[in-house]
Design a protein around this ligand. Structure first.
Ligand code: UDP
Length: 324
């Protein structure tokens, strides 16, 4: 992919920075566009050009898009499920309008290919397992709705314009670059593994496990945890696919394997050699017992399979950040 020009919007964020790393490893010419609202300067790579900018700034988006790119990776979004239910206006503005601004700037400037970060949250409560891409979309949060809606907008743009996309529906993203090159921890994390890490490092006194009476082997929820470096590789494969064959796809990125909340806690205890201070608490509203997804399409279309399969190994890449 030598010198392939890629614009990574949201490239200073958790997943975005790993995508930038994977693209740089493939010798792409990378430009990062990020407003640093949740993205962090410490996630930027010297080898990638950085432009501080907002996806609501149409003039700036047009100016950058006019430079011409082989592909865009769009990861810029607000992603707090709870917040999206309290302040949907903000999510409508940022996620929906911001995405439309990007796609319009692409079409107006002849940029044809985009890889979009979508989410398992588009599915809502599973009607069958494993989830596949033709499962009905029934998001249970405004956040999930914005992602499903953006997929629809892209589907129409692909029909009407010289525009191709790959939407990647991430399941539970976890871990950090194993070489320690990305160190930006999310502030006020809402997800399980970063919370476990904060308990282990003493930043939080204890944590709650939401529900231990689910119909699962140990009574706690099963999720499909995918390592962020595996996610990042899928973006590279998606760009390669778009460049070789201009066709659009919507694809799950998952392992197909369920890991429970207690499995994660036990792995964190093994890896760190410390005890996690937790208590069982009532179920969290809206949590399905099990979320597991098929990755057959990712394998078929992108030739992608997750390389991280061992949960201890995955947790270790996160724990590494705490130790230094
Ligand atoms: N979870 C938990 N305690 C926490 C945070 C999360 O027990 O402090 C559980 C949550 O109920 C779910 C799993 O961990 O079963 C993964 O939750 P997360 O919010 O990370 O991702 P989700 O699957 O909800 O997108």
């Amino acid at each position: 992919m030598n010198a392939t020009r890629v614009l990574v919007i949201g490239g200073a964020g958790y997943i975005g920075s790993h995508v930038v790393k994977a693209l740089l490893d493939k010798k792409c010419a990378v430009t990062v566009y990020d407003n640093l609202s949740t993205g962090q300067r410490c996630n930027l790579f010297a080898a990638a050009r950085f432009i501080e900018g907002d996806i609501l700034d149409i003039a700036k988006l047009n100016a950058i898009m006019a430079e011409g790119f082989d592909a865009v990776v769009h990861l810029a979004a607000k992603k707090a499920v709870g917040e999206s239910m309290v302040n949907p206006q903000f999510y409508a503005q940022n996620n929906l309008n911001g995405s439309i601004n990007i796609f319009n700037a692409m079409v107006d400037n002849g940029v044809k290919n985009v890889v979009f970060s979508s989410t398992a949250a588009v599915y809502g409560m599973p009607q069958y397992l494993p989830l596949d891409e033709s499962h009905p979309l029934n998001p249970m949060s405004f956040y999930g709705y914005t992602k499903a809606e953006i997929e629809r907008v892209m589907t129409w743009f692909a029909r009407l314009k010289d525009f191709n996309f790959v939407a990647l529906r991430y399941f539970n993203a976890v871990g950090y670059a194993a070489d320690g090159s990305i160190r930006g921890k999310e502030k006020n994390p809402q997800n399980l593994l970063p919370i476990v890490m904060e308990v282990l490092s003493g930043k939080r006194p204890k944590m709650q496990v939401f529900g231990n009476d689910y119909d699962t082997p140990d009574g706690t929820c099963l999720r499909d945890y995918v390592h962020v470096e595996d996610l990042a590789r899928a973006h590279v494969a998606a760009i390669e696919k778009l460049l070789s064959e201009p066709k659009s796809h919507i694809i799950n990125l998952s392992t197909g394997k369920g890991t429970s909340v207690l499995d994660i806690i036990n792995a964190a205890e093994r890896v760190s050699g410390k005890k996690v201070n937790y208590e069982f608490a009532p179920r969290r509203a809206g949590d399905p017992a099990t979320v597991i997804a098929s990755n057959d399409l990712a394998r078929e279309v992108l030739g992608w399979t997750p390389q991280y399969t061992d949960i201890d190994e995955i947790v270790k890449t996160t724990w590494n950040l705490e130790e230094k």
